[in-house]
Write a protein that binds this ligand. Structure first.
Ligand SMILES: C[S@@+](CC[C@H](N)C(=O)[O-])C[C@H]1O[C@@H](n2cnc3c(N)ncnc32)[C@H](O)[C@@H]1O
Length: 206
């Protein structure tokens, strides 16, 4: 999969993630970010135009795939807020504990291989009163779609760079140390197995 992962997958990820309904989702969640912000799995930077510059003290973006970041759609030199990029996975975030007011994650929980390690890292780097903003596709509510998601997942995952169709996003967040304070969900227009979205806000559980 070397050629595919290096030359085709990054373009496919960017194409899939820039569809209109997905871009509308970004508009709903990214402007809520404030303070010192960490974005996990920044991909090709599609969220970057949606941050509100007056609310951003500093944005740190991490991404483990250099080939994906090389396809970025934004000139980060021209961002009107303080920005740094770090090549790193969610499972090993190279920053000090209690660093961030907001952690942002969009369309990435489907792909992270070791979710419990990733959430342990998010718990470590987020401030005690920080917020986790998320927008993800995942397990659909309809039994038929769920079955279809699980049936095609073994074929989909390697082609989609490790993306899983059937992760239960709210359950994952709740089972990994967070309490969800706002949650919305719906099918976006498009192919049902990949279009059921969950988005909202979570805080560290007491
Ligand atoms: C579908 S893309 C979404 C990109 C971006 N978050 C967006 O909303 O457009 C999934 C991203 O997760 C990244 N990823 C994969 N494994 C990861 C990990 N262990 N930690 C953080 N990001 C990861 C991929 O490289 C890819 O950029």
């Amino acid at each position: 999969m070397g050629f595919y992962n290096k030359y085709i997958l990054p373009k496919m990820i960017d194409w899939a993630c820039r569809q209109k309904p997905t871009m509308r989702q970004r508009e709903k969640i990214i402007p809520l970010a404030s303070g010192h912000i960490l974005e996990i799995g920044v991909g090709t930077g599609l969220n970057l135009p949606f941050y509100v510059k007056e609310k951003v003290l500093r944005l740190t973006a991490i991404e483990p795939a250099q080939d994906v970041w090389n396809e970025r759609v934004v000139d980060t030199e021209k961002l009107d807020f303080d920005f740094e990029f770090i090549l790193a996975p969610a499972e090993k975030i190279p920053v000090q504990e209690n660093s961030f007011d907001t952690v942002v994650i969009t369309y990435t929980l489907c792909t992270i291989p070791n979710l419990s390690q990733a959430f342990a890292e998010i718990q470590r780097v987020i401030k005690p009163d920080g917020q986790l903003l998320f927008c993800e596709h995942g397990k659909a509510p309809d039994k038929f779609v769920q079955k279809y998601q699980s049936f095609i997942n073994p074929v989909w995952r390697p082609l989609g760079g490790g993306c899983n169709l059937n992760r239960d996003i709210p359950a994952l967040i709740k089972n990994n140390g967070f309490e969800i304070t706002n949650l919305e969900s719906m099918y976006l227009p498009g192919w049902k197995p990949v279009s059921f979205n969950y988005w909202g806000r979570a805080v560290l559980a007491e």
